[in-house]
Design a protein around this ligand. Structure first.
Ligand code: MUC
Ligand code: MG
Length: 387
């Protein structure tokens, strides 16, 4: 008998961060994750995550909105569908639901996790097989205080956890930001690579001046300096910048990636399955980048362990991630929500070997951190045809 989707749970889980995380558009001291669990008629299940930064401050979807969208609009389309056809289920969702990339990514992750668990294979095996067993992971220094950031970086280097750092700038004047970055780079010297993420906060003139000043300070890369809609500005900057320019918020799917390659609007793409609309959409962006000679970097939406494990499963199948990854989200949270935490060691995240995403939720912890009380469970018929 074909296995069907019978049950979809969505939970909002709030986990405090280990310190405030300050970005140009918002600061967070707790991370809000939307977790989805899809259950199947044979008793199997899969999990996915939809997480963003600061409610609606960063992107078009909030965790609460994702929960609502899945409960009200995704679930009726999914219930009763064949478990072994995640691609068909996602095609149906794309036909009936516009946008909602973060929620679609969470659902696709859960469908693929379950399919891989049923096959008793790690998800990498369903995605073509693993090329890397571990992924280098940088750390974001974003306490908002220069001395505290330097101390944090020194501790990370000493513990061999991270030796590449991303600094969040764009909130202060350019001169103040550059002074902050230069002080950190000077303290760390050749022991660390330093990059910055402006999160769209600059105009064209600040970006032109900033690229030169940051290059002089020894910074390697600038992430999304201009507004996500300003592709022409990004192209002009990419043509003249002495250091690499990376696109992040601008990449909301393979179409954006194609336009960015065509216009030579970035040297590097930050690959984020949530922004792309799913793991397969992110893989399409990677293919476009490779064809267009654009470098790749494994981005994060500061997801917790589920989203991080999903991205790792994809990134491990890509031939080259020239700029490494930032899959540190679980380490920014005070708790990992798994029975076995993800392992970070020797500047890298180790890919789990067990089936699916390779992680098991600790349901006691989930219950403890859930904001919305008992889960809202959507149950439907098991016999509906898949057509
Ligand atoms: C972003 O814009 O890259 C990723 C790392 C971090 O500190 O913030 C996120 C979002
Ligand atoms: Mg970014």
């Amino acid at each position: 008998m074909p296995v069907k989707i019978v049950h979809i749970d969505t939970w909002i889980v709030d986990i405090p961060t280990i310190r405030p995380h300050v970005l140009s558009m918002t600061s967070i001291s707790s991370q809000v994750m939307m977790l989805v669990r899809i259950r199947f008629s044979d008793g199997s299940e899969g999990i996915g995550e939809g997480t963003t930064i600061g409610g609606l401050a960063y992107g078009d979807e909030s965790p609460e909105g994702m929960k609502l969208a899945i409960d009200r609009y995704f679930a009726p389309l999914l219930l009763g569908r064949d478990a072994e056809e995640p691609a068909a289920a996602m095609a149906l969702l794309r036909t009936h639901i516009v946008g909602n990339h973060f929620a679609k990514n969470a659902v696709e992750t859960a469908l693929l996790d379950a399919a891989a668990r049923r096959a008793e294979l790690p998800l990498t095996a369903l995605l073509g097989g693993r090329i890397h067993d571990s992924l280098p992971v940088l750390w974001t220094l974003a306490s908002g205080e220069t001395e505290r950031d330097i101390d944090e970086a020194e501790a990370m280097i000493a513990a061999r956890r991270h030796n590449v750092f991303k600094l969040k700038i764009g909130k202060r004047d350019l001169a103040d930001d550059v002074a902050h970055v230069a002080a950190i780079k000077k303290a760390l010297g050749d022991r660390a690579s330093v990059r910055v993420d402006v999160n769209q906060a600059w105009d064209a003139m600040s970006a032109k001046r900033g690229a030169k000043m940051l290059a002089d300070a020894g910074v390697d890369l600038i992430e999304q300096p201009l507004n996500r809609d300003d592709r022409r500005g990004m192209a002009a900057l990419t043509a003249t910048s002495p250091i690499a320019i990376m696109a992040d918020e601008a990449l909301r799917g393979p179409h954006d990636a194609l336009e960015y390659v065509r216009d030579k609007a970035a040297h590097v793409f930050s690959l984020k399955p949530a922004q792309a609309g799913g793991l397969f959409a992110a893989r399409d962006i990677a293919a476009i980048a490779r064809a267009g000679k654009v470098g790749l970097y494994g981005g994060t939406m500061l997801e917790g362990g589920v989203g991080t494990a999903a991205s790792a499963q994809l990134f491990a199948t890509l031939p080259a991630m020239e700029w490494g990854t930032e899959l540190f989200g679980p380490l920014l949270q005070t708790e990992q929500i798994f029975t076995e935490p993800l392992t970070y060691d020797n500047f890298a995240l180790a890919l789990p070997d067990s089936p699916g995403l390779g992680v098991e939720l600790d349901l006691d912890k989930i219950r403890h951190f859930r904001r919305d009380g008992p889960s809202r469970t959507v149950t439907g018929p098991t016999s509906r045809e898949t057509s």
